[in-house]
Write a protein that binds this ligand. Structure first.
Ligand code: COA
Ligand code: AMP
Length: 639
């Protein structure tokens, strides 16, 4: 097969179009629109068909095209004269290491690690699970999988053994690649005991590769490979042409049920959409420095630490540190100034943490931040106070945008590379081209302008969005309750104003967002409810000044349970830490006599959450005993 080589390093400097016209065209002529966007990539076999709706509601983009994502993200830039351009800038205040990799160095390391995976028998379609901290080798592993058509599945390092085990059990990887430890500001987190515990509970025995870190080495057991030694001995492997519809990765996220769901992303649609977004949403092109301050374990890390910046030939910063405490609240500004970051992406909670520690922005003012053109935020609601604070301090547009793991890239945004529409505080902006955003009421009818309803997306979803749920092809359909059937239900509620700006008000399900991390209260309830003294429980997400939301548990005890409530509370907090992970940040447990329910036994979590947040939510007429809810008011109000 003949690979169509790209010309010089991709630049995307054609004139900026008007938003309204571009948006309209993306919905009226999606095939033409995305065919044009696809031309920015190098294809082994350019697609003749753009959209295949046969498997609706999952549409397949570029079904007869062939390409390789790793080739487009790495090799193409080397071959077109950008071999010496920096691809990765690793900046790790927690270990004191800073290192850069040019595109040529990245290609060589990825090709060799692909050789290691090949040597372990990994073939096209096999899964590889990564349990790694924010180090360049994590990016190299992801790209090595892409190079040979293996499907990676990255598990965030802050998840405990049980969460890791659930993901391994579902993905059934041939190989697990892990780092010997994560480095948190106050402690080293050894990963081997977590992986051991996860694998002990499963009957799977994947091959294991360990990346040794000097802070805490793991024991390399018989049959396991040491990363460095394996790479030194490996043969470089070339990119394999793949059908555009082949899966690139599976990323697990919290759903409405306790179990995580594996969002599947393809190769072709993903590469086309991300490259398009880099220019039109983020206004970044080849040669510029871009920093998404997220972990690779989340979708932001996949899309905007790894793939999107590399697809356009930019330099991406891999940051292993926190916004505060590594060493201080000036860390974000140091990285921007030191590396000349042009565009940055952070979670609102990170900005709130910095603001709390340095309200006057003294540490930002002492830096030269003139390289920065835009600060993007997403992951949770950007509160207007933080928006104002960051805008006043940085004097650049602070751009809220809204999306989720399932969509892989922004649904609504202030599109910085597509005209100059004003930003409205409180709104994540306008619908991004390709996304047909609809607000539907409880009966599935379009909500009146300005009225709140379920935010839905009318198919076809654009390229780059989920192509399925791993192992559960029908889940997308079943997840949509009857009134919204035929639409993709985002799980968020909100409204659109008369200028088309979308306002996202919060989740309609039991998913919560703790410090920008999406978590399931169901998983926490499972951990709390399994305690021998607990008869039943509810975990709800309540508003928090710093983290946006934090979980709070209400438990009903069994007759004859312990009277040492202090001890019980501490046990439950530890359980959630051990079963879900420290990031769940459960701190508050209240023992109550009864939980409010409907007559059919459904716990009224939404009503409790409303009271805790000082908001009156409608209470269903089917409530079993209104007094139970009334009696909880004082507990829910107390902080
Ligand atoms: N591996 C192991 N443990 C981890 C971890 C990881 N990768 N990430 C977090 N943890 C642990 C922390 O050490 C902490 O443990 P502790 O309870 O023993 O102190 C716990 O999980 C909670 O961590 P965190 O959520 O980071 O809270 P914090 O109070 O330490 O810090 C913030 C608060 C706001 C600074 C922090 O949450 C933050 O940086 N948030 C931004 C997150 C982000 O960028 N999200 C974007 C996703 S799009
Ligand atoms: P995740 O899949 O982890 O990216 O989480 C997605 C969810 O986070 C969304 O469904 C929203 O509930 C929330 N979210 C993400 N970005 C925003 C935003 N800009 N404003 C409000 N909520 C957001």
């Amino acid at each position: 097969m003949c690979r169509r080589r790209a010309g010089p390093c991709p630049r995307t400097g054609d004139p900026v179009d008007d938003y309204a016209a571009v948006y309209r065209r993306s919905l009226e002529a999606p095939e033409e629109f995305w065919a044009e966007a696809a031309r920015s990539l190098a294809w082994d076999r350019p697609p003749r068909q753009v959209l295949d709706g046969a498997g609706a509601p999952y549409h397949r983009w570029f079904p007869d095209g062939w390409l390789n994502t790793c080739y487009n993200a790495v090799d193409r830039h080397v071959e077109s004269g950008c071999a010496d351009r920096v691809a990765l800038l690793y900046d790790s205040p927690v270990t004191g290491v800073k290192r850069s990799h040019t595109y040529a160095e990245l290609r060589d390391q990825v090709a060799r690690f692909a050789g290691v995976l090949r040597g372990l028998g990994v073939r096209r379609g096999d899964r590889v699970v990564l349990y790694m901290p924010m180090v360049p080798q994590a990016v190299i592993t992801m790209l090595a999988c892409a190079r040979i058509g293996a499907v990676h599945s990255v598990v965030f390092g802050g998840f405990a053994a049980r969460e890791l085990a659930t993901r391994i059990a579902d993905a059934r990887p041939k190989v697990v690649v892990y780092g010997s430890c994560g480095v948190e500001p106050q402690r080293i987190v050894p990963y081997q005991p977590v992986l051991d515990e996860a694998l002990r509970s499963l009957r799977l025995r994947p091959r294991v590769v360990v990346l040794q870190r000097p802070q805490c080495r793991a024991e390399v057991r018989p049959g396991e490979l040491d990363w460095e030694a394996a790479v030194a001995a490996a043969q470089a492997v070339d990119c394999v042409p793949l059908p555009a519809t082949d899966p690139l990765y599976v990323l697990y996220t919290s759903g409405t049920t306790g179990g995580p769901k594996g969002v599947v992303r393809d190769n072709g649609g993903h590469a086309v959409a991300l490259a398009w977004s880099m220019r039109h949403v983020y206004d970044i092109e080849g040669g510029q420095v871009w920093w998404a301050a997220s972990d690779i374990g989340w979708v932001v890390g996949h899309s905007y630490v790894v793939y999107a910046p590399l697809l356009v030939g930019a330099t991406t910063v891999i940051y292993e540190g926190k916004p505060v405490g590594t060493p201080d609240a000036g860390a974000l500004w140091r990285v921007v100034a030191e590396h000349g970051v042009a565009g940055m992406f952070a979670a609102p909670t990170a900005l709130r943490a910095v603001r709390q520690a340095d309200p006057a922005g003294r540490l930002a003012r002492s830096r030269d931040l003139t390289s920065l053109r835009n600060l993007f935020v997403a992951g949770e609601r950007l509160d207007p106070a933080t928006h104002r604070w960051a805008s006043d301090l940085l004097r650049v547009p602070v751009v809220d945008h809204w999306w989720q793991t399932e969509t892989g890239w922004p649904i609504c945004a202030g599109l910085r590379g597509l005209g100059d529409r004003p930003l409205k505080p409180g709104s994540p902006g306008l619908a991004v081209p390709g996304f047909d955003v609809r607000i539907l009421d409880d009966h599935g009818n379009p909500a009146a302008p300005g009225s709140e309803g379920a935010i839905c997306l009318r198919p076809p979803l654009p390229p780059g969005t989920l192509t399925g749920v791993w192992g559960e092809e029908r889940r997308y359909v079943e997840a949509a309750p009857h009134p919204c059937a035929g639409h993709y239900l985002t799980g968020d509620s909100g409204y659109v104003d008369d200028e088309g700006y979308v306002y996202v008000m919060g989740r309609t399900d039991d998913v919560i967002n703790v410090a920008g991390h999406r978590l399931s209260t169901g998983a926490m309830e499972a951990a709390v409810g399994a305690h021998p003294d607990v008869a039943e429980c509810a975990v709800i997400g309540v508003r928090d000044e710093l983290k946006g939301q934090v979980p709070r548990a209400l438990v009903v005890l069994k007759a004859g349970a312990t009277e040492d409530l202090g001890r019980l509370r501490a046990d439950l907090v530890t359980r959630v830490r051990e079963h879900v992970g420290p990031i769940a940040s459960l701190k508050r447990v209240d023992v109550v006599n009864r939980l409010p329910k409907t007559r059919s036994g459904k716990i009224l979590r939404r009503a409790m959450r409303g009271i805790a947040d000082g908001r009156e939510e409608p209470v269903p007429a089917t409530i079993e005993d209104p007094e139970v809810l009334e009696n909880l008011r004082s507990i829910l109000w107390s902080s």
